[in-house]
Structure formats: C-alpha cells, structure tokens
Write a protein that binds this ligand. Structure first.
Ligand SMILES: [Zn+2]
Length: 168
C-alpha cells in the first residue's frame, strides 16, 4: 500500500521507548528550510472527532477552525512526529513541516504542538527535557507571546491568522 503522506527520504522512523512508541529521526543532514513532511488524509469536522478510536492523537491534526486532518487508518511514518518545547521543525501551511534550522544526522525531528493546536484535543504532561519545557502542553499554548516570537513564520496558517488578530 502506498503512503498518503510525504516524508523526506533523509528521515526514518525509529522506536521511541517513551514518546508514543515511535519517533522520526534524521539519517542525513537536513538544511534549514527543507521540506520534511507533508501529511495526507481526510478533512473532518470537530463533531466527527472520536477520541476512542485507536491511535487518536497520532492520527489527528488540527488544520483550521474546527477542522482536522485524519491520517490513514494504517500507521504511517508521518504519524510518529513527537512534540518538543525546543523543536527543530516548524509548519509551512497547515500540513507541511520544514526544518527551522540545520539538523544533524541522528537528531530526533520534532515540532511544538503549540504551532498546530488551537483546541484541547491533545493535551498532556510534557517530559521533553528541554530547558524551556512548559511541563503541560495545552490547546491554548499558541496564545503565549514568547512563542509568537520564537516561532514567527512557523505557526499553522489558521493560528498565524488568530495571532495576527490578537496583536491588533
Ligand atoms: Zn516540554
């Protein structure tokens, strides 16, 4: 079966003992700005979300106000990107991830769920270990002004629009 998502061939999935069982890692150097992932799937409305489905948080990504992307039922490598409060990837559009800096082979590829989540469908206690760890990741983290600066240009499009409104 062919994948419905795109993953840069310089990446691979490896087992991750803690974070959801898997993670995506760079196996070759990735340059700043390079496209790393494009998720494919089906667009569903908020009322169609079913948190009881297997792998719910791996398969669901908020892409706009009350709209979500649901990835394929069969597990894909792109389902394995983990959250970090000090990530090396950021969003391009609503379904793409690009490198925010040069990434060395062996590094885990992560994004901050604050870049994509504007509703509380995937909240959890964070143990990412970074100095700036927020400890709790919530659907309101996109409102933190320090993140606006840190992730300028890397928020999912709909959150960038929300932030623009709050700033006015
Ligand atoms: Zn953290």
């Amino acid at each position: 079966m062919t994948s419905s998502s795109y993953l840069n061939p310089k990446c691979e999935v490896r087992e991750h003992p803690t974070n959801g069982g898997c993670g995506v890692f760079a196996c070759k150097r990735i340059a700043k700005g390079e496209l790393v992932s494009l998720w494919g799937g089906k667009i569903i409305r908020r009322e169609e979300l079913d948190p009881s489905m297997p792998r719910f948080t791996q398969r669901v990504l908020q892409v706009d106000e009350e709209l979500y992307l649901l990835t394929a039922e069969e597990k894909e490598p792109n389902d394995c990107f983990n959250h970090s409060c000090e990530p090396n990837l950021g969003f391009t559009g609503q379904i793409g991830l690009v490198a925010m800096r040069g990434i060395e082979a062996g590094e885990e590829l992560t994004f901050d769920y604050a870049m994509s989540d504007g509703e509380p469908y995937d909240e959890f206690d964070c143990h990412c270990g970074s100095v700036n760890c927020r400890r709790k990741v919530t659907g309101n983290d996109w409102k933190l002004p320090e993140l606006w600066q840190k992730y300028a240009g890397y928020f999912s499009s709909y959150l960038a629009r929300r932030i623009e409104k709050l700033r006015q």
